[in-house]
Ligand binder design. Sequence first.
Ligand code: DGJ
Length: 736
Amino acid sequence: MTILFHEQSGEFHLYNDHISYIIKILKNKQLGNLYYGKKIRDRDSFAHLLEGGLRSLAAYVYEDDYHFSLQHTRQEYPSYGTTDFRYPAFEIKQENGSSISNFEYQSHEIFKGKKKLSGLPATYVEDAHEADTLEITLYDALIDSEILLSYTIFNEMAVITRNTKFTNNGEQKIILNRAMSTSIDLPDYDYEMIHLAGAWSRERHVKTRKLEQGTQGIYSLRGASSAEHNPFLVLKRPGADEFAGEVYGFSLVYSGNFLAQAEVDTHDATRVIMGIHPDQFEWELASGEAFQTPEAVMVYSDHGLNQMSQTYHELYRTRLVRGHWRDLVRPILINNWEATSFEFTEDKILAIATTAKNLGMELFVLDDGWFGARNHDRAGLGDWVVNSEKLPEGIKGLANKIEAIGMKFGLWFEPEMVNKDSDLYRMHPDWIISTPGRHASPSRNQYVLDFSRKEVVDYIYGSMSKVLSESAITYVKWDMNRYITECYSIAQEISGQGKVFHLYILGVYDLYERLTSKFPHILFESCSSGGARFDPGLLYYAPQTWTSDDTDAVERLKIQYGTSFVYPVSSMGAHVSEVPNQQLGRITPIDTRANVAYFGAFGYELDLNELTDVEQERVRQQVAFAKEYRALIQKGKFHRLLSPFGHNVTAWMVVSQEKNEAIVGYYQVLNGVNQGFRRLMLAGLDPDKQYCINGVQERVHYGDELMSAGLVIRQDELCTEGAADFTSVLYVLKRI
Ligand code: DGJ
């Protein structure tokens, strides 16, 4: 058992070989935090870690104890206004208008395994021995309500997951105005905060800043986790880097509005809170009702950022992603979007698919434009019936022909949206999210269906199920191309409008759950104008996500590097596309495009028939390479070596779990004149074993040499294709 309760001191110690997390029942019966970090040996009490002292202007809990102010106490799940003035973890408004509460320790339970979260995605265990869970019940007698704090510690990983459940047992109704998934108070603020910021086509760029007194945070109020900020935050010691130093990661398993914030008080303590964004959120709980927060996943590393990311990768790849495809290598696909946009015929599609098959690809994905009056982005969304002008034999006919070629078939949907020019909208104009009496703002000419309403989700489920059951479909790309404006649901009462953003996401999860259960063999890829909803919540249903609409190899270095902070390589859709690149016009060698895309769920997105014979031959070799190494790349340990942010050279590598194979990707953006020599320090190899590089007998080195003296990079090895810039090289290492 990795959770101890010391009854005398009222302390809980959650620990494994990597981490310790220590909670104390405080004098006022609320919960304090004594420690979170590298594993320390247990003792009966760590009460000395509970600091307190006389401070002018402080308010105290008790008249006779000038040492006990919540403002200066590190807490587990703090409230506002009872001597603590910082941003709280929760806020409950009561019928008398007060938001003051007092949740005291009532009981706890420790058990093996981990419970499911009803209606919400979450990490899981396959065997109860993989993790232990502590549930602490807090109780506020005045309002007869409970808070259940749940902590799961994974035995083999430096991971603690948290979630919170509120239950109103009382007569009066209460209103949740804030309900964070996690809150942790750390004793100092000597940290840098890292987060992943961006926009369409430049998602998840790595940003780093020093923590300062006051609040610093990231958020989304767009109805989706968003391209702008990812629900993920890191605090790292200033000296920590990819390979060394202390790092705390926080990741939210949620796809809607969120807040992740670090508050440093003026006595130098840091509070991190993470959860559903409290703005635009208001949840009334009538007597007997409960509210469950999403899960937050906290990862600790004392070996830098790479170790933190590797822990997230392992956890999310094996204990968040589910189902048939979880452990399978991903099919190498060809997608028609950048090749044809909305303009295609069946012949055109079959021509691309035939060439794709000849070059070794395995799956054809038909993107936007196959349904309703979808000849442009102004019509058709919502009408999930085939456009028979483009595809006279229907999806069924096309899927059969693709299967006859020897490929699998995949199909694009955008289930949550509708165009006004659609049969669905003409039938149900009141199904969109919009505020009565107010203008409804368009985005990409489309509107958001009110997924907080069951009948809307049911309808979409029915129409998608029909298509998916009628035809041989093994893959679905689920797109979502706008954020939510004028959020309001006519199906909710006036007092329920603060629920709509969250109910919407629950509706999305519900549809995913129903479709993935009914069609377990289908591989789902989530997408949102590229990577505007790349979050752990959706990975629970869709094992991979389209990383970005930006398929330029150089831009992708930054996007994939940033994404890898938390998400596994196997989850990142990555395609080779045409040049000049459609997003920014850059021309990169076809080998560099593949050398970047290999480090993802690999595929192509261009008209293969427009390639020269020489290029097609390269593609054939690339596909063969991807097939040979995809298991290693998708399941190995990923190490970031050199960052693309602010540097001309990027490098990363994947090492197999047994350390007998590795692949290194090395990328140089601009060429330089008369450049210096370069050695690349590798990581994660067995220091005592010899590795042969790219099968060259003269290039055999011990792992320790490759990790300390480095791998000598030879400029003449970088692919050029006549171009001096945007070059790259892959090194395949095999243990001998
Ligand atoms: C946005 C996606 O990111 C693209 O890959 C493509 O599917 C388009 N939507 C289609 O409208």
